[in-house]
Write a protein that binds this ligand. Structure first.
Ligand code: NAD
Length: 330
């Protein structure tokens, strides 16, 4: 099938090209993000392949549909960037990769926790500067502490397993409790209880209307003073400007972000020679207890192989009229 692959980076090209030896689609790699201004690059392609920060609102989908697009193949699990009601009205199928490596994302959440907790990023710079003092590097042990996991699907479950291995008490919040989590000894509680008792809170909910800015001022007010907040899910789960007040007041003791509300145009790009125009983001970078990675939790060799394989098989199955319903959104 003819596919326009938007937001292509070198690693997308590498893994998709390799996986395509089996499918032989015609992959047209395009570097720009998909927006209303770039969507003409996708005209006349029956399949459009996109990533997390491509914009698939009603206008873009309408234009693509007018020019023959029938399939949107997401190279990711989340689909919050797609106007699903517009896709449905236009008869465009949206396929995703529901699971490519939940372990990779869960492990990255743990990497953020440990780096923050033991101030590894500060220690690294200090030692390279010949400063071997321990002043200011005091950490705390995870063993015996309580972690609150919000969203216990595939990633939340993988994290719960790791956290139990650390000897932590695990509280969880989810509209659909996961029996596998319960069998690990995870206790489901209402979210206010999770906020009140957790030393660390890690977000693994999808971004939807119901979860948009679920972490806001009110939620932060109900958390323990000095809480560690980790977000490897989607930036929109947190009202970013509340983070500044939370960090200034000491309510948030540690903040680990792999995603950011306004990450589009920032993350995945080398902006090292440019001024950052987002004042909230720039202020967040100035705190010594904030660690930000640029949406790299998924970025492992296993995940990229799985993403490429499932994306191309979704396209192949769609063309053959037998797409796996579990990979279809909506
Ligand atoms: P999943 O669908 O397996 O699990 C999501 C869980 O959230 C489910 O258990 C569901 O019941 C629960 N949930 C949904 N709506 C809820 C609500 N309103 N209130 C409470 N619980 C609710 O998803 P997953 O594979 O674990 O992924 C979670 C999220 O992680 C994805 O949606 C995606 O946004 C994000 N993600 C980020 C990266 C990254 O690189 N940073 C990579 C993959 C996924």
């Amino acid at each position: 099938m003819q596919v326009a692959v938007f937001s292509t980076k070198s690693y997308d090209r590498q893994f998709l090209t390799h996986a395509n030896q089996k499918y032989r689609h015609q992959l047209n790699f395009l570097e720009p993000h998909l927006t209303k201004d770039t969507c003409k690059l996708g005209f006349c392609f029956p399949a459009i392949c996109v990533f997390v920060n491509d914009i698939l609102d009603g206008q873009v989908l309408g234009l693509l549909s007018e020019h023959g697009t029938r399939l949107i193949a997401l190279r990711c699990a989340g689909f919050n960037n797609v106007d699903m009601s517009a896709a449905k009205q236009l008869g465009i199928t949206v396929a995703r990769v529901p699971a490519y490596s939940p372990h990779g994302v869960a492990e990255h959440a743990v990497a953020l926790m440990l780096a923050l907790n033991r101030k590894i990023y500060r220690a690294y710079n200090r030692v390279h500067d010949g400063n071997f003092s321990l002043e200011g590097l005091l950490g705390f042990e995870l063993h015996g502490k309580t972690v609150g996991i919000m969203g216990t699907g595939k990633i939340g479950l993988a994290l719960a397993r790791i956290m139990r291995g650390f000897g932590m008490e695990v509280l969880a919040y989810d509209t659909r409790p996961n029996p596998e989590c319960e069998s690990l000894g995870v206790r489901y509680v209402p979210k206010d209880e999770l906020y009140a008792y957790s030393d660390i809170i890690s977000l693994h909910l999808p971004l939807m209307r119901e979860t948009y800015r679920i972490i806001n001022k009110e939620a932060l007010d109900s958390m323990k003073t000095g809480v560690m907040l980790i977000n490897t899910s989607r930036g929109g789960l947190i009202h970013s400007s509340c983070l500044i007040d939370g960090l200034k007041s000491g309510k948030i003791g540690y903040l680990g972000l792999d995603v950011y509300e306004e990450e589009e145009g920032l993350f995945f790009e080398d902006l090292s020679g440019q001024v950052i125009l987002d004042d909230i983001f720039a202020r967040l970078l100035s705190f010594p207890n904030v660690l930000i990675t640029s949406h790299q939790a998924f970025f492992t060799d296993t995940a990229l192989e799985n993403i490429a394989g499932t994306t191309l098989s979704n396209i192949f199955d769609f063309e053959s009229g037998k797409i796996n319903p579990q990979n279809v959104v909506g």
